[in-house]
Design a protein around this ligand. Structure first.
Ligand code: AMP
Ligand code: MG
Length: 343
């Protein structure tokens, strides 16, 4: 299959490009598009055959449900049985934005593959001009997970989508680099207490300022039988080819680790803030400024993907504080590392 890459930033033929994408979607095809979090791979959420193409293109397990994206808050009532008060307050505060809200789905409206057999569905209104323009021109909801092969780091540039899916999908809308660089926060409001199933750009602190106490189980707590889980939890995520190890943000510890690994015959890729660039690793990819977690979030997946273009045999990635967006970053890094720390 030939993959069209259509640039939609400040373009004279912009409307023609959107209508090409909309025609493909209306014909049951999938289209990759930018959002403020990562690039998504969309299909009309009421068209089961189209949604199945997302699972096929990504190699995604069929029991991992998709998030449904809408272009206007009013559309929500078409897909949700009853919108809880907590959800309304969250939408007022954070939509459009990087917050997915899991609610009880109306029966027989969305394609069955979207919800993977669950009674609930995750809904979001993205805060990106291209995503919103696409949704509002289409006038239909888009089921869209991240536009990467399952297990790989999510795409934050159109080129990342092409790396994974060129030849497999018909169209990529190129809107440049995504802003946040980490997937949306997933908040489940179907239980007695609202629960963060996946941390993201909208933090626990931000949510609690609006709706009061919110549960946020860490990866260890999520393994406990009684803790609510996102269905996607059990799968490998965000993983480059070489094994990833987390390491403390301490120059001496890192220098020592690099030396030791090289003596063992390893080629080491180091992912760390810019001041760590001269620690003699074989490859260095920056996380940006030392204490700027937003910047780290924005470049994290690009750095993880860059490792796959080297012949590094091991990847060291520095940890960050568990505060604000740092929680989401550590969640992704711990998954990329499979929980391994360099000792
Ligand atoms: P992605 O495929 O990267 O967009 O991730 C979507 C995430 O949202 C996965 O972790 C899913 O398990 C989670 N998710 C989607 N729908 C639901 C749902 N109805 N209930 C719980 N988690 C969901
Ligand atoms: Mg994903």
């Amino acid at each position: 299959m030939n993959t069209m890459q259509l640039t939609v930033d400040n373009d004279v033929d912009k409307m023609e490009k959107y209508s090409q994408a909309v025609d493909l979607l209306n014909n049951g095809e999938v289209v990759a598009f930018p959002t403020e979090t990562v690039y998504g791979l969309g299909a009309v959420a009421t068209d089961d055959a189209a949604v199945k193409k997302i699972f096929a293109a990504k190699g995604r397990p069929s029991d991992n449900p998709l998030i449904v994206h809408i272009g206007n808050i009013e559309e929500l009532a078409l897909y949700i049985e009853e919108i809880p008060e907590v959800a309304k307050r969250c939408m007022d505060a954070f939509w459009p934005g990087p917050l997915t809200i899991v609610m009880k789905a109306k029966q027989n409206v969305l394609a069955p593959s979207v919800t993977a057999g669950l009674q609930t569905v995750g809904m979001r209104m993205p805060d990106h001009p291209v995503a919103l323009e696409l949704l509002r021109t289409l006038k239909k909801p888009l089921a869209a997970p991240s536009a990467n092969r399952s297990g790989k780091p999510s795409p934050t540039k159109a080129a990342h989508v092409a790396e994974d899916l060129a030849g497999v999908i018909p169209c990529i809308l190129d809107g440049g680099s995504t802003g946040i660089g980490l997937e949306s926060t997933v908040l489940d409001v179907t239980l007695e207490q609202p629960v963060i199933l996946r941390p993201g750009g909208v933090t626990k602190e931000m949510l609690e300022a609006v709706i009061g106490f919110v549960l946020e189980p860490n990866l260890e707590e999520q393994k406990i039988e009684s803790t609510p889980k996102a269905p996607g939890m059990k799968y490998t995520h965000y993983a480059p080819n070489a094994p990833v190890y987390l390491i403390e943000q301490e120059p001496q510890i890192i220098a020592q680790a690099v030396l030791q690994l090289q003596q063992e015959g390893h080629r080491v890729a180091l992912l760390a803030p810019t001041p760590f660039c001269d620690l003699k690793a074989n490859f260095f990819f920056t996380f940006g400024d030392e204490s700027n977690v937003e910047q780290m979030g924005a470049v994290l997946y690009d750095a993880l993907r860059a490792c796959d273009k080297t012949d590094a045999t091991i990847i060291l990635a520095t940890s960050t504080e568990l505060q604000g967006v740092g929680v989401a970053i550590m969640n992704r890094l711990e998954k990329a590392a499979g929980g391994k720390w360099y000792k």
